[in-house]
Design a protein around this ligand. Sequence first.
Ligand SMILES: Nc1ncnc2c1ncn2[C@@H]1O[C@H](COP(=O)(O)OP(=O)(O)OP(=O)(O)O)[C@@H](O)[C@H]1O
Length: 430
Amino acid sequence: MSQTWSQCLNTLRDSIPLSQYSVWIQPLKALENKNTLSLLAPNSQVLNYINKNLKPQIKNAVTQHNKNLKIFIGIACNPNTKQHTTPLFEDYTFNNLVLGNANQMAYGATKQIAENIKTSPYNPFIIYGKSGLGKTHLMQAAGHLAKEKNPNIKIIYVPLMDFVRNITSSLRHNTIENIKNFYQSTDLLLVDDIHLIAGKEKSQEEFFHIFNFLFSGKKQIIFTCDQPPKNIKSLEDRLKTRFSQGLNLHLTPPELEMRAAILLKKSQNKRININLTEDTALFIASHIASNIRDLEGALLKLKAFVDFSKINHSFISKEIIESALGDLIKPQIKNIDINDIQKEVAKHYALTISDLSSKSRKQHTVLARQMAMFICYELSSLSLTKIGKHFGNRDHSTVLHAIKKIKEKHIENIEIKNDYELINIKLANL
Ligand SMILES: Nc1ncnc2c1ncn2[C@@H]1O[C@H](COP(=O)(O)OP(=O)(O)OP(=O)(O)O)[C@@H](O)[C@H]1O
């Protein structure tokens, strides 16, 4: 116990009624450092009583024994409660992350930082991008790897809104110093969704001090954000400039091959465990381009379909996928520009766009032209007459004939079916 405080206790025992002394003074825990005596109450009831009724007596007693000490009165942290932090998610490791063009740079930087947590030049490190693209996963992977490399370091992961709640409640209970000490005691601070601090002035104020303390102590800080921090409205300039001085990297939506690889990896997870092939994964990925969470949702829907209908688990065909994911798959690729369709079809058949509009009757050119007309009919919003005009001024009955032909061939000819699917994949990913 603090020496000053044990002398103060003697003084207080003589100066206030014994009942008050034993109920309110005795439970206080005292910590003394060079300039400050911290008196920590076990709960807010004791704290409020002390602040209201006994503060002057305590101040007098402390001044009698050590004039130079500042007094701080707050609430003690309960070591058994981990309310200030959230554990890292078990699955959010580098092993479970698929690497692709979209996350190559962020992946590399995160790994480098996690491996060199005490010396990395990239501080703070901010991963920003739209929802569901893997920002939290990447940030937490840094936490897991850093812990693996340095088992003794302290890591705090906190979603921003939890931080705000902690700050608000500690300001109310006069325990702000405790909470600041808690965050300032970490070696690696991971804050999720930092943009949510916009407009929260008190939290920004406290965050500023915590940030400065950690940064000047060369502790690593990583944030995720939904936009470049310099664009966040209602964020103090002093925070914006501090965030911008670090490494800010953009996570973009995954490209087709990466989406397919993610689907394959997740399909093998024991919680999902469904049998996708590279081909079927590409098929799903070509229709769901928004974000990774939507891919996970599609997998779950497919799993439910396979589990709850009497379907052979060993092979999941494209037809099964279409039945399971119907609404997720079809509407994505409507209203595609006719010029894009002609370009992709011509490229696929190694022809030029003008070949498609020409009068050529060569079998290969006719097939390509009919395919292009068919895809225009399916994916553009143009009428048959307008489609015909884009193909050397042909009339609507020619387009109708092309549609009929491709529909027939599509059913009986596997090569044409493949052509159709490959062109669709390209178009879905423009
Ligand atoms: N490269 C990847 N490989 C495998 N899974 C990934 C990858 N990126 C993201 N995921 C998965 O996608 C899901 C969403 O990722 P995460 O929660 O990290 O997104 P986020 O960008 O933080 O989204 P939000 O901004 O909405 O919080 C998670 O289940 C995550 O495991």
